[in-house]
Write a new protein. Structure first.
Length: 106
């Protein structure tokens, strides 16, 4: 597509157009009413410990992100302690000995 400025080099020395598919995804952490701060971190923000501060809600904490389709690893940082999502049974090792939650965006 000559009008698409997003492209990637292919195996034949030419270019393929890139289409980004994104959607709004809500992360919810139930409970933790006494927590002072909850941060969402993951593969979608290079595990940044500061960029996605969650908001306190009636039942816990939540945040909404605009994510690309695919598989994303994530964890919560609750008052400085890294933890997996207790409501998400889908977990994977990252190859460095860490276990992370998995969120599939379709």
């Amino acid at each position: 597509d000559p009008d698409n400025k997003k492209k990637t080099l292919n195996e034949f020395g030419g270019y393929n157009s890139v289409v980004e598919v994104k959607k709004w995804v809500t992360f919810k952490l139930e409970g933790y009413p006494n927590a002072e701060e909850v941060i969402l971190t993951g593969s979608f923000n290079n595990w940044n410990e500061n960029s996605y501060q969650m908001q306190k809600s009636e039942n816990g904490w939540k945040i909404q992100l605009y994510l690309a389709g695919g598989k994303h690893h994530y964890k919560y940082i609750i008052d400085g302690d890294w933890t997996i999502d207790p409501e998400n049974p889908v977990l994977e090792y990252d190859g460095r000995g860490n276990i992370n939650c998995v969120k599939m965006v379709k």
